[in-house]
Design a protein around this ligand. Structure first.
Ligand code: PLP
Length: 463
């Protein structure tokens, strides 16, 4: 029988790290992992984190240019969040919110979310992950239309290259072909339109023209499937995992106009954009549209606890509540008191320290300018897009003709970033960054310089 590695938070020596790696190889099945690379090199063991930095077991200090998975908005090591969890655990470590139960962390958090969300998103449903929030929305909008006497309104429309999570509902709604391939047959009743990727797909049109044209594909789709059969349109304000695709300014207002015209519910998936990433609380505010329902997760607790939420507009929530019928949906940990207490403290810090204001007027513009000043003329850089503290950079073979590489240059560049002390992510042929919102100017400088070195080294290999 093998020896079981005792778990410890203090892992000081190489021998222990190697044991962690061995145990990982034997027993840990990773999500979204290149298993060939994993088998070749073993997992990278992350040992600790502070501010915008993480350390691995080889002693490397890396700037976390991705805030984990786009989630550690307040950075690592915030004592207030740790205290909030500790204190809540002592008072009430768990109770559920089923069967007419509630508790003060969950009601305070619901109130706080209702206060920061725009419009009449006054009622909040809790879950544990972005995927669960999306599945909740799929079920909720279908149920809503049944209650409204229109049970035929079941279809959902989403977009190619969107990411809405990893459950069957999320993967079906998302537009990632490799995920579809693995989980087919998909959930029925989902239709897709094309994404508003101006740099890659506009073919000479201005951004404004292109935004309108891609938004009007929604109307074409509605007319094709019958608008009365459609429950909702779902989209990320900025497509994150798709490579940080920032839509033209004309796009979302036109999508909203079309949804209103045909009485189709408008759903914003704010799992990445929410909680300050774009310089406002929510991406839908930055892109000027008012959703009927909104999903949020990640930055809601800065990733310190798993928690997600669905903010629901009055029209839908009133219908659910007044129907007198149970919404037969929920999770054991919906509104978990410890996760709720941490999320509440996270919101308080974002407010008290005026962090989102700083993303809008100081560190966000600084980051965007530094990226462009340093990298726009790089031979591998086709285009940089982003706002606030999120950005994507298209890697191209030929800048003039906007020709993309056939080979996987993104992964090469991502590995060069890691070798050079920066965690960045490659989404196909796009490099993306989404650092903690508390990053300083000096750290931005360092992050952008490390990316430049990685691009130089990548160019030396493929240019
Ligand atoms: N929606 C969006 C826009 C996301 O980016 C993600 C995750 O990256 C999800 C949903 C799924 O969230 P989770 O991984 O917490 O299930």
């Amino acid at each position: 029988m093998e020896t079981v590695m005792p778990y410890t938070t203090k892992i000081p020596n190489t021998e222990t790290h190697n044991a962690v790696r061995d145990t990982d190889a034997r027993h840990h099945l990773h999500p979204f992992t290149d298993t060939q690379a994993l088998n070749r090199k073993g997992a990278r063991v992350i040992t600790r984190a502070e501010g915008v930095h993480v350390w691995d077991s080889d002693g490397n200090q890396l700037i976390d240019g991705m805030a984990g998975l786009w989630c550690v908005n307040l950075g690592y090591g915030r004592q207030e969040l740790i205290n909030a969890a500790h204190e809540q655990m002592q008072v009430l470590p768990y109770y559920n919110t089923f069967f007419q139960s509630t508790h003060s962390p969950v009601t305070s958090l619901a109130q706080a979310i209702a206060d920061i969300t725009p419009g009449d998103l006054n009622r909040i449903f809790f879950a544990n992950s972005g995927s669960e929030a999306i599945d909740t929305i799929i079920r909720m909008v279908r149920h809503y239309w049944t209650l409204k006497g229109k049970p035929y309104r079941k279809l959902l429309i989403a977009r190619e290259n969107a990411y809405h999570g990893s459950t069957l509902g999320g993967a079906s709604l998302g537009g990632m072909p490799h995920m579809h391939g693995q989980c087919a047959p998909l959930l029925p009743g989902i239709h897709c339109i094309r994404q508003p990727y101006w740099y890659g797909e506009a073919d000479g049109l201005s951004e404004d023209e292109f935004g309108l044209i891609r938004a009007r594909e929604l109307e074409e789709k509605l007319l094709e499937v019958g608008p009365d059969n459609v429950a909702a349109f779902v989209g990320e304000p900025i497509q994150g995992a798709g490579g940080v695709i920032v839509p033209p300014r004309t796009y979302w207002p036109e999508i909203q106009r079309i949804c209103r015209k045909y009485d189709v519910l408008l759903v914003a998936d704010e799992v990445i954009c929410g909680f300050g990433r774009t310089g406002q609380w929510f991406g839908s505010q930055t892109f000027d549209f008012q959703p009927d329902i909104m999903s949020m997760a990640k930055g809601l607790s800065s990733g310190y606890m798993p928690i997600s939420a669905v903010a629901v507009g009055d029209r839908i929530a009133d219908t659910l509540i007044e129907s007198g019928d149970d919404f037969s949906h929920g999770f054991t940990y919906s509104g978990h008191p410890v996760a709720a207490a941490v999320a509440l403290e996270n919101i308080r810090i974002l407010q008290d320290e005026r962090i989102i204001e700083s993303v809008a007027s100081d560190i966000g513009p600084y980051f965007q300018a530094r990226l462009r000043d340093t990298l726009s003329e790089h031979p591998l850089c086709g285009h940089i897009e982003g706002t606030g503290l999120i950005a994507g950079l298209a890697l191209v073979k030929d800048r003039k003709t906007r020709t993309f590489f056939d080979e996987d240059v993104g992964t090469l560049c991502r590995d060069e970033c890691t070798n050079n002390g920066l965690i960045a992510r490659a989404c196909g042929n796009r490099m993306v960054l989404s650092p903690p919102l508390v990053i300083s100017r000096t750290e931005v400088d360092e992050m952008v310089d490390r990316l430049r070195v990685a691009l130089d080294r990548t160019y030396a290999r493929v240019g």
